[in-house]
Write a protein that binds this ligand. Structure first.
Ligand code: GUN
Length: 283
């Protein structure tokens, strides 16, 4: 059996078209949705990510600002910029690209963003709202994964879902969203003993470890839906996921490719969160 390929790029295009329509309607009512993206330092990967986010905003007819700072910027300077954006009426969403340089405390920075503009959904109050079943903003990557599962028609109620990776950005919120949808969720991490016994039980397997091709076909249940959140650059310059695509596709029922799977959905859901933040200004 060869798995169906889940086309995240195509679904993301559909979502972005809908966001553009909503942005046009809001603009006609006098509110142009605006996103501010802050990048500290010159990581080449982060530069590409923020550029893609800002370009996606522009294409959807939204206002966007990209603020780039030297890696030596102080935490106090960054907090002052966030405070100014919190009070800027043209900005509805604020995103500080992670990771930050080591001398800046990411928790202090995230907590400084107004919760109502925290379109990443990382603020402690947004994490709490998600955990208690009343989300304001869902973190973009897990939100995108849920949209892909919905589009696939995946039955989540009663399903065994396994999430490999327990980060605040992906693994933990992913588990909460799957659980809220009725799945029985197991969260694994890099130290999980006999990982394959868990992954082989998964009807839905989400992998976000940052380790190239660590999950192979032998660790996947036949017909499972496999979502690969990883994006790793190999020595030959090619991109690959955290799942070994070639062996996994022979076992899985459906699988996301890298690139063209989860990545485009993360950006699409950032736009959704930003448009919702702007729409709340009119409500
Ligand atoms: N770094 C990697 N993924 C993300 C994300 O979704 N948001 C932010 N702000 N930084 C990231």
């Amino acid at each position: 059996m060869t798995a169906r390929i889940i086309d995240g790029a195509a679904l993301a295009r559909t979502i972005r078209t809908d966001v553009a329509r909503r942005a046009e309607a809001l603009t006609a009512q006098g509110v142009k949705p605006g996103l501010a993206v802050i990048l500290v330092g010159d990581s080449p990967a982060s530069q590409v990510y923020v550029r893609n986010k800002v370009n996606a905003c522009e294409q959807a007819g939204m206002h966007s600002v990209l603020e780039k700072y030297e890696a030596g910027m102080s935490e106090a300077e960054l907090l002052a910029r966030i405070d100014a954006l919190n009070h800027d009426p043209d900005i509805h969403g604020i995103l500080v690209q992670l990771p930050l340089p080591a001398h800046i405390d990411p928790h202090r920075v995230i907590e400084a963003i107004a919760a109502a503009k925290d379109v990443d959904g990382f603020h402690i109050s947004n994490a709490g709202l998600l955990m208690t079943g009343q989300p304001l903003f869902r973190p973009c990557t897990p939100y995108g994964v849920m949209k892909m599962l919905e589009h696939e028609g995946a039955e989540l109620r009663g399903a065994e879902a396994v999430v490999v990776g327990a980060s605040n950005i992906v693994g933990k919120p992913m588990a909460l969203l799957l659980q809220a949808a009725g799945a029985t969720v197991t969260i694994c991490n890099s130290k999980t003993r006999d990982l394959a016994t868990h992954t082989r039980r998964a009807d839905i397997l989400v992998v976000a470890t940052g380790r190239p091709r660590m999950i192979t076909g032998a660790q996947i249940k036949p017909s499972a839906i496999v979502i690969d959140v990883g994006i790793n650059r190999l020595d030959d310059g090619k991109l690959c996921g955290d799942v070994d695509f070639d062996s996994a596709r022979e076992v899985a029922g459906a699988i996301t490719p890298v690139p063209g799977g989860v990545g485009p959905m993360t950006i699409a859901m950032l736009l959704v969160n930003t448009i919702e933040a702007a729409e709340r200004c009119l409500a």
